[in-house]
Design a protein around this ligand. Structure first.
Ligand code: TA6
Length: 314
């Protein structure tokens, strides 16, 4: 394999849609579709897929791809008058040939910069000019990092406000065996009860029915433990105070055309988000939202991965 091939390759994906494949020398990889600026695959150095993609996912505009990491902007879910989750997840992004200099130097060579600006049509539904720069980086150890930089480029002096989420679909062995650590005792808005506010109990979160909760002001680190696979996902985030946890369970699964009836058993969405307090940018201002995912192969019982220690470690 040539060194160039190792790192970044632009090629055709499903239905001839353009995608970028990122590869790391030790074998991990990731795939990003220009359609939606959408990460659709993240594999560890054993070639195991870490993200869930529905077998019924539709890779055809204007439908958003079901699975991977859809980006919700400028509106999370139905928190506003736009279409659910905003519109950038069903727009075609471009490769950013002149990426703005990056504040922090990343050791990894394996990254791609994408950019999206609103079309004339978009400006009719959301009358704001912006530049959305997305950098997707695959770290030497296989960690996957997404950094969004959104700049207000309005020339009419107007500020704009938005909500945001990295709507990540994690692949899990069996949802009833999964625990989420780091959200205990936090307040959340329950989307299944008119966004009413509740306080979570003190133990790890487990799953036995549909869940659709927005946890408020969470720690910057959350752990998702998959006992059967002896794997823990650690989600680190900056600039994204909230976290959404979603599993449609059986009924909603059957109601979604682009989702298999039994697939709810093998996925969990844990989404780094900014929902409770909208972010406001004046012209010229820029916001940054970072999410870093790592998959730690370990067994909970071996004590190697005491989630409390993981969440306390840097
Ligand atoms: O993030 C959770 C959520 O907002 C749920 O309410 C559910 O609608 C899910 O997103 C999927 O939304 P989508 O528009 O992709 O079908």
């Amino acid at each position: 394999m040539t060194s160039e091939k190792v790192h970044v390759e632009v090629c055709k994906g499903v239905n001839g849609l353009d995608k970028v494949v990122l590869r790391e020398i030790r074998g991990s990889s990731a795939e990003v579709y220009l359609y939606g600026g959408h990460v659709t695959s993240w594999k560890n150095d054993h070639g195991e897929e870490l993200l869930f993609i529905s077998s019924k996912a539709i890779f055809k505009p204007p439908k958003a791809i079901r699975g991977g990491i859809p980006i919700c902007f400028p509106q999370f879910s139905n928190h506003g008058s736009l279409e659910p989750h905003g519109f950038v997840r069903n727009r075609v992004w471009s490769i950013d040939s002149e990426p703005a200099p990056f504040p922090l130097n990343s050791s990894s060579k394996t990254f791609i910069d994408l950019i999206l600006k609103p079309s004339e049509e978009d400006l009719k539904t959301w009358p704001h000019s912006f530049e959305f720069r997305l950098r997707v980086t695959l770290g030497p150890g296989g960690d996957l990092m997404l950094i969004s930089r959104i700049r207000n480029t309005n020339t009419d002096g107007k500020a704009f406000s938005f909500t945001f989420a990295y709507h990540t679909y994690f692949s899990v062995s069996d949802i009833s065996e999964v625990r989420v650590e780091g959200l205990e005792t936090l307040d959340y808005l329950d989307n299944l009860q008119n966004k009413e506010r509740f306080t979570e109990q003190g133990d790890a979160i487990t799953f036995e029915s549909e869940v659709d909760k927005i946890y408020l002001s969470t720690p910057t680190k959350i752990a998702i433990l998959d006992h059967e696979k002896k794997r823990t996902f650690v989600l680190r985030k900056d600039g994204l105070p909230d976290a959404v946890v979603w599993n449609p369970w059986d009924k909603k699964a059957k109601a979604m055309a682009d989702f298999g009836d039994e697939e709810y058993k093998h996925m969990l969405c844990v989404e780094a988000a900014a929902v409770e307090k909208a972010i406001t940018l004046k012209p010229g201002e820029e916001w940054r939202g970072r999410q870093e995912l790592s998959a730690v192969p370990s067994s909970y019982c071996s004590g190697q991965l005491d989630p409390r220690r993981v969440l306390q470690s840097t």
